[in-house]
Write a protein that binds this ligand. Structure first.
Ligand code: DX5
Ligand code: ZN
Length: 220
């Protein structure tokens, strides 16, 4: 089985000790640091925004994978690039002119991702897939960490993997929400390249060990 990219979500970290949490991620086998930005409008929760992203960047030795759960994300692309984002992922459901937004992200020198809510079919990305670096499939409804994984996600990965075979074989598939030891292997088998994990990592006594266990999944 291929080795997945592991992207721990700092949404589940101890914000009062953010520097320590980032230093732990630097030491760990995490590949990216997943940054969940929520505006209280697109999703029913507010997390943090630009100043916290900048603070994370000050200590992070790994690329910031910024997931914008905000309306009109096109207004903030340059600001998140300046705050240190390596990848910027916007929601399909939040973009009226998705093609323009994706071009803008790339013109800023970032990798461009599009996220889909659980109800949004992957086929809607057919005419933009070739312009993307990454598709993030939400495997919970966005807004909160610690929710139950939606089983339907496997089927969506299958279909997206078929689409990328013909349309963009460099596309990365990232899964976000409810990822844990019980589903990680199956997600990778279905075609996931990157796994986001929040609570599963940060609620463990040894987050570093949990990250290593996701990175080196047992061969099935
Ligand atoms: C949910 C966020 C996720 C979340 C994942 O809206 O996009 O990144 O933090 O957390 P867990 O792994 O706890 O579901
Ligand atoms: Zn996320």
């Amino acid at each position: 089985m291929k080795t997945p990219i592991i992207a721990p979500s700092i949404l589940a970290s101890d914000f009062a000790n953010l520097q320590k949490e980032i230093e732990m991620l630097n030491r760990s086998e995490a590949d990216w640091i997943h940054v969940d930005v929520m505006d209280g409008v697109f999703v029913p929760n507010i997390s943090f925004g630009l100043p916290v992203t900048e603070a994370v960047k000050r200590y992070a030795e790994k690329p910031l994978d910024v997931h914008l759960m905000i309306v009109q994300p096109e207004r903030y692309l340059e600001a998140f690039r300046d705050a240190g984002a390596a990848t910027i992922t916007v929601h399909y459901e939040a973009c009226t002119h998705l093609h323009r937004t994706v071009q803008h992200i790339r013109a800023l020198g970032c990798k461009a991702g599009v996220a889909l809510n659980p109800h949004t079919p992957v086929t809607l990305l057919e005419d933009i897939l070739e312009d993307l670096d990454l598709v993030l499939l939400m495997s919970v409804n966005p807004g909160f960490g610690g929710q139950k994984f939606i089983e339907r996600t496997y089927e969506k990965i299958n279909r997206l993997a078929d689409m990328r075979y013909t349309l963009n074989n460099k596309l990365l598939i990232e899964i976000d929400g409810g990822v844990n030891a019980a589903n990680a292997g199956k997600l990778v088998e279905h075609g996931a390249d990157a796994l986001v994990a929040g609570n599963f990592v940060f609620s463990a006594p040894s987050p570093e060990e949990v990250i290593a266990s996701l990175k080196h999944l047992p061969i099935r």
